[in-house]
Write a protein that binds this ligand. Sequence first.
Ligand code: ZN
Length: 392
Amino acid sequence: MSRVRVVKSVRQKHEASADLLQLLNEFRRMMNVCIAVGIEENVSSLKTLSLKSYHRLSCGILGYYRLCAISTATGILRNYRKTKKKNPRTRFPYARKLMLTTCYGFKIQNGLLRLPVRPRQYSYVRLNNHTLQVVSGLSVHSVTLTPDSLTMSYSKETVEIEPEGYVGIDRNLDNITIASTDGTVKTFDMSKATVINADYRYVKSRFKRNDSRTRTQIFSKYGEKQQNRVQPLLYGVSKRIVEEAKTGRCGIIMENLTGMRRLYRKGNSQSRNYRARMNSWSYGELQRQIEYKAGWEGVRVIYVSARNTSKRCSICGYKTLESTQRRLWCPQCGTIVDRDENAARNLAAGGLRFSPSGPPGEAMVEEREPENATLILKVDGGKLGPTDPTKT
Ligand SMILES: [Zn+2]
């Protein structure tokens, strides 16, 4: 049994007081000083940046806010170095948003968050019932404030459940299908997310003004709205999947996303529209939510490559043929099975045969090894035809 500390966060709205706004402003200024020092002196380690920049930060402000500013700036500098390697023309980083993250000094009491703004002078934020309920009895270890929102990260210690079975998750255009090694199959309708995304794609495609700045602005606004509408859907589905796995004492098996994306990429003889729809609602986001919720509940998550999950028979492993109504027919054992269900079952079994006795444990390890690109490209071997790398 391994005990791990898992982290989650809760967010609420608020309106920053004048005191708090002043602190946020000061914090942003400090961050930008640290970033400038980091670039000038070419440092990106937390320790060196602290040594080089601490004395240059205004001493009127509490010491731990100075440390937090340095630590946030370190993160920004690291990101900048990484992107600069890929694109040498990356602009210098600069903190624009008013945002403060701290792990020190705050206190929750009488339904309020108390935050020091200066030595022995505090700013208060009223916490709503939901937030209070969520964090009650747990340790809150950091607080992030912006002028209108408050996020608290809290944690608990948990024990990972040793899985007695597995749940495979298969992602499709309009649904998420899950299959458990105990035989249960469930489908979650995602057509709403597909429709929502299709609407925005249409809006984007009709956009005619040839002004790249306006375009970026408008698109990012649409992107935000779109996310706000899809997010609750993903939230609900991920919650139910994790509950399902937890009740059945199962681990969760998902497809490796890099493989998925590659599959729905140009040159796989799928129409542009089909690819756009397949990539439209964020499966990555769903995976992230599942992983995060599963971690909290002590449910194990395993990623496997998408190889062989869609075409192979989940009973005997033979290559199946397309049947009517999205079903597959296996010429070897005669099974007729729903396509999505078959894929989910293959995943649950770690890409191996699906039998009532469950997946063989040792096979999982083998499947978890990273695949190279050619193998992943071959997933839909039959469809690929001329683009099959071995034939060209
Ligand atoms: Zn078969």
